[in-house]
Design a protein around this ligand. Structure first.
Ligand code: ZN
Length: 139
């Protein structure tokens, strides 16, 4: 990350507050439907599968696999050089749009289905952003 001040700061809403509070304390929060068991992301107050409002927040494992990605070669003020825009398939099921960090941004290094784990980068005092790195990579 070249210049974090160039990254737009997400503004928590009542629906996403639990997610950002979790991220700040280094935990990836997902929601699960108490009625049908669906696990989903992004946060919302009802189940996207059965519309039930009986939903709970829980700590995800933070583990997943690299589902797909593109490497963006266009200059971006918040990144040094090319960077990946990736979709990670979380262990619990949902997919999350993210960047893969702490690894070379090349097709040789970014292998589909490779195991990845969440890592949080503080952006402001209140907001930390979830990224993913190869599982076991040093931070
Ligand atoms: Zn449901």
């Amino acid at each position: 990350m070249a210049d974090r001040s160039k990254i737009p700061v997400p503004v928590p809403t009542p629906e996403t507050e639990h997610f950002w509070a979790g991220a700040k304390s280094g935990r990836l929060k997902l929601q699960r439907c108490s009625d049908c068991g669906e696990v989903y992301f992004p946060p919302r107050p009802f189940c996207p599968s059965c519309i039930s409002r009986h939903v709970e927040v829980f700590d995800a494992s933070g583990k997943g696999t690299l589902y797909s990605y593109v490497i963006n070669h266009r200059p971006h003020p918040a990144h040094d050089g090319p960077y990946s825009i990736a979709v990670v398939a979380l262990e619990e099921g949902p997919r999350m749009m993210t960047n893969i960090v702490n690894v070379e941004q090349t097709p040789e290094a970014l292998v589909l289905d490779m195991p990845v784990e969440v890592v949080f980068e503080p952006l402001t005092d209140e907001i930390s952003l979830p990224y993913f790195q190869p599982a076991g990579a040093s931070q």
